[in-house]
Design a protein around this ligand. Sequence first.
Ligand code: HEC
Ligand code: HEC
Ligand code: HEC
Ligand code: HEC
Length: 163
Amino acid sequence: MSHAWRPLFVVIGLLAVVFIGRAVFVPSDFSAKNGDYKYQWHREGNEDDWKNFKVKYKGGKEYCGECHDDEFTWISASKHANVQCENCHGPALGHPEEGPEKLAIDRSRDLCLRCHAKLPYRPTTYNELPSGPIRLAMQDPDEHNTDVECVECHDVHKADFKE
Ligand code: HEC
Ligand code: HEC
Ligand code: HEC
Ligand code: HEC
């Protein structure tokens, strides 16, 4: 047989590997639904997996306000009105009935600096486009009252100075 045929056998061999590999590894419910390869090319069982996925966050601060009236009232009237409670206190699924009985309180500078650390590349002028950066009071962590927790001086729920 001519040596010119050999590459053909290599190609056939590779194709066989691909098809056998596909049969072994791709789940049987992975296909194009309604023949739609653009949007519905996925594993059908995945839909149920996501439906059963437990959401750990309760969402709006109104939920917290049912029991933590003070914090809710203060923050709603403050510049932190758009910052959700769970953003700082963590996910509240089960709180307080099934537990955690108390949510974590992080008093570290790091908590605040997540949003308030001055960034060298952040623009100093703003536009009003929805996609533009929001106005946010920034502080240089290496200059602004170093070595003291922010909450010693600032009231976080009022986004103002402590009284
Ligand atoms: C059904 C009432 C209820 C709801 C709703 C609720 N909590 Fe609580 N929370 C409690 C109780 C009770 C405690 C334990 C007693 C306490 O410290 O006030 C607590 C404790 C806490 C603590 C710890 C307070 C401390 O002094 O250690 C934080 C923080 C907290 N909750 C935040 C939240 C946030 C954020 C939400 C909303 C996502 C929320 N809670 C929703 C009842 C509730
Ligand atoms: C920007 C971060 C942030 C947000 C948003 C926030 N908290 Fe807090 N929370 C803190 C910090 C930090 C403390 C500790 C304050 C201190 O020691 O001065 C605290 C303390 C608390 C406490 C303990 C009692 C107290 O006042 O010290 C409760 C209860 C609480 N928060 C509930 C809430 C609820 C309810 C919301 C939303 C309505 C909320 N927090 C929103 C950061 C936050
Ligand atoms: C998730 C982001 C986020 C976190 C975390 C956060 N802040 Fe803010 N903070 C904001 C936003 C947004 C505003 C409103 C825009 C502004 O005025 O800077 C704000 C406003 C403020 C203001 C008012 C600034 C002014 O212009 O008068 C103070 C003070 C402040 N935050 C302090 C704190 C402190 C202290 C902490 C930590 C305990 C903290 N923030 C954590 C997002 C955050
Ligand atoms: C020792 C007290 C003290 C500590 C600690 C402190 N600050 Fe301040 N902060 C001030 C004072 C006083 C001002 C107003 C004068 C200035 O801008 O320095 C201020 C201003 C601010 C402002 C601007 C508020 C406005 O009205 O424009 C923000 C935001 C802020 N601080 C965030 C923080 C954060 C975040 C931390 C922790 C990383 C922190 N501060 C730690 C005392 C403090």
